[in-house]
Design a protein around this ligand. Structure first.
Ligand SMILES: C[S@@+](CC[C@H](N)C(=O)[O-])C[C@H]1O[C@@H](n2cnc3c(N)ncnc32)[C@H](O)[C@@H]1O
Length: 499
C-alpha cells in the first residue's frame, strides 16, 4: 500500500505532515501545538476514562504510543481490534484458509515434523488461529501447536488447543513451523522525525492530547537508521517514522523459530517509495482518526519492510548454522530483497519465554522445545456499509506510484533465485494467488446447474477480490523469511519473478 500522508494531520487544519510542520520548532515543550490549530480533538479521552494515565510533558511518539496502546488501560489491552478496523483476517475466512495452505506447504518442506508450531504474533483475539485450525487437514491439526503471542489477555471461549502468551518464544525453544504476524509491526511504536527550518531532522514530541513540538536533533542509532533507510528530504516539515523498533521486533520474531518460515504482513513502503510526510495515523470506531496518544484510538504507521527484511536476514543467519539441511521440498526462490548498501540492523536483545498463559481458560500450553504442546489521508468517513475501515488502505493520490513492495526495482533478467535463508518481499496479491486465492468469477453455467453453489462461489470470488485488490489489501507487503530452510518449493516456483 502506498504510504501516503497527504492531508493527514490533526483536526483543525493545522497539522504535522502537510500542514507546515510542527509548531514550536525552536524547542520542545512549547505547548504551541500544531501549526494553525488548537491541536487535535479535545476531550478525546478513552471511553469511560479507562485509558492510560498520561505522563506530564511531551515525549517522543514511541514512548507515547507504547503507553497509549499497551500501558495500563491501553487501547489494545482494552479494545477488540475488529471493532475499530478491518484486517485481512476480519475481511474473509479465505485469508485463514490461505494461511492454512501456506502452513501445509511449510510442513511438507520441513519434512512433517512431529510437532508443528504455528505462532501468531499480535494475534488480536485469536481469530486467525481459530480460522486456520478449522481449515487445516486433520493429520496436520493433530501435530499442530498453535499459539498466540499477544499483549491483550486471552479471550474467553477460545479453542483450548490454542496457547496464549504475552511474549515471543525465545530461541532456546527451537520451534519448528510457521510464525505469522499480520498487521503487527505497524503497531510496534516508532519515533517520528521532522526536518526543522535549518534542515535538521529532530525528534517529534507529543503531549497526551496530541499536541506536537519539535525536540532535540535525532542522534545515535536512530540517526543512523534514518540515514540508511529513510533519509528525509531537507525541506522543513518533511517527516519520517524511525523504524528501528520494528527491525528489532522482527529480528526477535525470526529468532523465535529454530526452523521454518516467518512471515510479516503489513502496509509497507520501501526505500524507493517512502512517503515524504510520514504515515502516522489513528483509527477509532471503524474510521480513521487524528492520532492522539491518550488510549482512545489505535496508533499506527506503515512499515519500512525492507529494513525489517534486512534485520530478519541477520537474525536468520544466526540460526542458519543451527538448522538441519532443508528437505527436498524446501528451496530458495521468489523475489529476493535487494542487498543492503551498508551497515547492519543489530539487535542484541532476546525475548524470554515469560508470560505464557497456556492452559488458562482451558487453553493449551504453548509449544516448547521438548514437549511441543507443553510448552493516510485526513480522517475519512466510515465505509458506506458501516464496516470498520481497513487500515493502511487509503488510496494514494492520483499519479502516485502503486504499492511500494511490488514496486521494487527489478534485478537483471536471469537473476538466480533467492538463496536459502534469504528474505523475500512480495505483495499479498502475489502470495494469495500462489496459494490459490483468486477473484475469478464462477462460470455462468454453474448458475443454471446449481444456483446455490453459484451464489457461494460468487461470494467467495468477491472476498478473494477484496483480499487481492491491488489498490487495497492486495498491495500489502508480505515479508517471507525462511529460517534454516528455504521457501517451500511449491511456493517459490509460483511466486512471480521480477520482471
Ligand atoms: C492491528 S492488531 C492485528 C490483529 C490481528 N493480527 C489481525 O490481523 O486481525 C495488532 C495486534 O498486535 C498486538 N501487539 C502489538 N505489539 C505486540 C507485542 N509486542 N507482543 C504481542 N502482541 C502485540 C496488539 O495488542 C494487537 O492486538
Amino acid at each position: 500500500m502506498p504510504g501516503t500522508a497527504a492531508g493527514r494531520g490533526p483536526a483543525g487544519g493545522g497539522g504535522t505532515a502537510g500542514g507546515g510542520g510542527t509548531a514550536g520548532s525552536d524547542g520542545p515543550a512549547t505547548s504551541d501545538g500544531p501549526a494553525g490549530s488548537g491541536g487535535p480533538t479535545q476531550g478525546a479521552g478513552p471511553a469511560g476514562g479507562t485509558g492510560p494515565a498520561g505522563g506530564a510533558g511531551p515525549v517522543g511518539w514511541r514512548e507515547a504510543a507504547e503507553r497509549a496502546l499497551y500501558g495500563p488501560g491501553g487501547f489494545y489491552l482494552r479494545e477488540r481490534p475488529a471493532n475499530h478496523f478491518r484486517t485481512s483476517v476480519h475481511a474473509s475466512p479465505l485469508f485463514a484458509g490461505a494461511v492454512a495452505e501456506l502452513l501445509v506447504r511449510v510442513d511438507r518442506a520441513l519434512g512433517r515434523p512431529p510437532e508443528l508450531a504455528l505462532v501468531d504474533v499480535g494475534a488480536g483475539r485469536g481469530e486467525l488461529l481459530t480460522g486456520v485450525l478449522a481449515a487445516v487437514p486433520g493429520e496436520v491439526a493433530e501435530r499442530l501447536r498453535p499459539c498466540a503471542v499477544e499483549r491483550a489477555p486471552r479471550p474467553g471461549g477460545l479453542d483450548p488447543r490454542i496457547g496464549w502468551r504475552r511474549e515471543l518464544p525465545g530461541p532456546e525453544e527451537g520451534l519448528v513451523g510457521l510464525l505469522f504476524a499480520n498487521e503487527w509491526l505497524d503497531n510496534v511504536p516508532a519515533d517520528v522525525a521532522e526536518v526543522d527550518e535549518r534542515g535538521v531532522p529532530r525528534l517529534v514530541l507529543v503531549d497526551p492530547d496530541g499536541r506536537e513540538t519539535l525536540g532535540p536533533p535525532v542522534t545515535g542509532e536512530d540517526a543512523a537508521w534514518l540515514h540508511r533507510w529513510w533519509p528525509p528530504a531537507p525541506e522543513p516539515g518533511t517527516r519520517a517514522e524511525i523504524g528501528r523498533t520494528r527491525d528489532v521486533a522482527w529480528a526477535r520474531a525470526v529468532r523465535a523459530l529454530g526452523r521454518g518460515l516467518a512471515v510479516a504482513v503489513d502496509y509497507a513502503h520501501t526505500r524507493a517509495t517512502r512517503p515524504p510526510l510520514g504515515t502516522l495515523t489513528g483509527f477509532r470506531d471503524g474510521r480513521e482518526a487524528v492520532p492522539v496518544p491518550d488510549g482512545s484510538c489505535d496508533l499506527t504507521s506503515h512499515v519500512a519492510l525492507d529494513a525489517c527484511a534486512e534485520a530478519g536476514r541477520h537474525a536468520a543467519a544466526e540460526h542458519g548454522a543451527r538448522g538441519r539441511p532443508a528437505p527436498a521440498d524446501a528451496r530458495g526462490g521468489g523475489r529476493p530483497v535487494p542487498a543492503p548498501d551498508r551497515g547492519g540492523a543489530g539487535d542484541d536483545s532476546r525475548s524470554s519465554a515469560r508470560g505464557c498463559e497456556g492452559g488458562r481458560d482451558g487453553g493449551a500450553a504453548c509449544p516448547g522445545p521438548a514437549g511441543g504442546a507443553t510448552a493516510p489521508a485526513a480522517p475519512s468517513a466510515p465505509p458506506p456499509d458501516g464496516e470498520p475501515a481497513p487500515r493502511g488502505e487509503p488510496a494514494a493520490p492520483a499519479g502516485r506510484p502503486p504499492a511500494a513492495v511490488g514496486g521494487e526495482p527489478a534485478p537483471p533478467d536471469g537473476a538466480p533465485p533467492a538463496a536459502v535463508g534469504e528474505p523475500v518481499l512480495v505483495t499479498q496479491r502475489e502470495v494469495l494467488r500462489a496459494l490459490g486465492v483468486t477473484g475469478e468469477r464462477p462460470p455462468m453455467a454453474l448458475a443454471a446447474r446449481d444456483p446455490a453453489a453459484y451464489v457461494r462461489a460468487l461470494s467467495r470470488a468477491g472476498a478473494a477480490a477484496e483480499l487481492t485488490d491491488p489498490s487495497g489489501l492486495g498491495s500489502f507487503g508480505w515479508l517471507l523469511q525462511p529460517v534454516g530452510t528455504g521457501l517451500p518449493a511449491s511456493l517459490a516456483s509460483v511466486l512471480p519473478s521480477r520482471a
